[in-house]
Design a protein around this ligand. Structure first.
Ligand SMILES: C[S@@+](CC[C@H](N)C(=O)[O-])C[C@H]1O[C@@H](n2cnc3c(N)ncnc32)[C@H](O)[C@@H]1O
Length: 275
């Protein structure tokens, strides 16, 4: 765990960064083995690892299923545009890199409310005219839909991939996560695909303890049951095979998947198509 001295001597690299609280994006980066995190995030990540030693594998399984989902969407559908909501810090295999490997014309709008994502994401813009990064809160979807970057890159008359990867569990029930999905459903064309990965409670008491850690420190974080996660889609979608399953079991690259650990069952993935 990072020591207190380290926390107090580290200074914010950009204005607007809150160095007194862990950030979801930076803590996730730490769990993925990245370098874009501060002592306060590492301490928070270590607390997670102490309480749930499988936290890093939950993060890597999640990132891997997002990559497989994007790859599958571009290979099996005409979709060539994505909105990645709660995109996180740039890492290996960002959505545009995965999609453009197969379909170079693919456009991607990245959205995150953490200023560090915008700061680091600017590098993506230099390298790629078909991407943009918007700093916005997905709980205010109108601000994203009306954003110049989104309207420039996304043609809402054509199917789009909307990715909610490991982000809706950071939206509390009273903030109406299903209403956020419904907002996008009402604006995207039939054939659009919506991907959700989500903390999955599996009635595991550890998930309830961690929910309390998240709520106590960040004021947000929900482990939902499979029924609660599927209910986020509401009406108007068809869930695609294999349904909602642990992330590691969602269309794995190898047909044979090793037996999952209990930890790996705590992150689920599901893809649905708008009717
Ligand atoms: C666990 S990370 C997931 C990153 C990436 N989607 C992935 O699956 O690899 C969650 C991300 O969602 C972002 N996030 C959380 N709440 C958000 C909100 N209300 N609006 C926009 N982004 C949010 C965090 O800043 C963080 O970058």
């Amino acid at each position: 765990m990072a020591d207190a001295d380290e926390q107090t001597t580290e200074s914010a690299p950009y204005p607007g960064f809150d160095m007194t609280k862990p950030s979801i994006a930076r803590t996730y980066d730490y769990l993925l083995g990245g370098k874009d995190n501060f002592a306060i995030d590492r301490a928070f990540g270590d607390r997670f690892i102490n309480e749930l030693p499988g936290s890093p594998v939950i993060a890597t399984d999640n990132r891997a299923v997002l990559v497989r989902a994007v790859d599958q969407i571009v290979r099996t559908t005409p979709i060539r545009q994505f909105i990645d909501l709660g995109s996180g810090l740039p890492t290996a295999n960002n959505v545009h890199q995965v999609a453009q490997r197969f379909a170079p014309e693919t456009k991607v709008v990245y959205v995150d409310n953490d200023p560090i994502v915008l700061a680091h994401g600017r590098a993506l813009l230099v390298e790629n005219a078909n991407t943009t990064v918007i700093q916005a809160d997905l709980r205010d979807p109108k601000s994203i839909f009306g954003n110049e970057g989104a309207t420039r890159l996304i043609d809402f008359d054509k199917p789009v991939g909307v990715m909610f990867s490991a982000v809706l569990h950071h939206v509390n029930d009273e903030e109406d996560p299903a209403g956020i999905v419904a907002f996008w459903k009402d604006r995207i064309a039939p054939g659009s695909h919506v991907f959700i990965s989500h903390f999955r409670s599996e009635n595991d008491p550890r998930s309830q303890e961690l929910e309390q850690v998240l709520q106590g420190s960040l004021g947000r974080g929900r482990w939902r049951t499979d029924e609660e996660i599927l209910a986020l889609f509401g009406d108007g979608f068809t869930v695609l095979e294999p349904g909602l399953v642990p992330a590691a079991e969602w269309r794995p690259e190898d047909e044979e998947v090793d037996d999952l650990t209990d930890y790996q069952r705590l992150i689920a993935a599901v893809l649905a198509v708008k009717n």
